[in-house]
Design a protein around this ligand. Sequence first.
Ligand SMILES: Nc1ncnc2c1ncn2[C@@H]1O[C@H](COP(=O)(O)OP(=O)(O)O)[C@@H](O)[C@H]1O
Ligand SMILES: [Mg+2]
Length: 225
Amino acid sequence: MLEIRTLTKRFGDTPSTAPVFENLDFVLNTGEYCALMGESGAGKSTLLNIIAGLEPTTSGTITLEGQALDANIDDAVTLFRREKLGFIFQAFHLLPYLNVFENIALPLRLNRWTEEKISARVTEMLASVGLGDKRASLPRELSGGEMQRVAIARALAHRPRLLLADEPTGNLDPDTALQVLELLRSEIRRNNTTAIIVTHSEIAARTADRAVMLTRAGLKPRLFS
Ligand SMILES: Nc1ncnc2c1ncn2[C@@H]1O[C@H](COP(=O)(O)OP(=O)(O)O)[C@@H](O)[C@H]1O
Ligand SMILES: [Mg+2]
């Protein structure tokens, strides 16, 4: 379970600057797949970055399966985050000098898996994202959809408990976007991974268990008729 309590984020130190959001409360059950929507500038990326520990909070708490998870706490949670979190970015963020295999192996190396386990797991992930024949390719030799499939495999290889995806299909054409979302959904279902996907697409959001909208008034359920 992911639990966010009275979370406030303000950039800069002065209390006079308007917060990006204030006193957010949000609970996501284990295995729940949630779409996060909201206008550009609403704070969606900021929220994901805070959950991922890439950005400090101003106040409030975040816990994943009972363990505190924000950047303010530091060292003790770094290992926990590395083990429990997966992140997918809009711009893929693959490492350009590493081939597909090594990009997917990265989180496993950080988590000190053995070479034998890494080889087996990366091969398995390559097959499940349909890129078995691309293991030796470099990112620049791939299409956008293929790069995002590599990013999905990398984000999920270490079986994280929480997947955060920031507009993962924002740079893809609509057909490829749908395929990538389908793949993402089946992969997180398989491991009962809790997930938050930022998307502007109502079609994408409808495939989630739940959709929420980040506005100046806070996080509200986004209902579809
Ligand atoms: N590093 C930063 N320093 C100052 N302001 C920032 C920073 N990052 C984001 N912001 C501001 O925070 C607000 C939310 O941004 P962001 O989280 O990127 O929104 P979204 O992802 O919903 O489009 C915006 O007003 C943006 O300008
Ligand atoms: Mg954003």
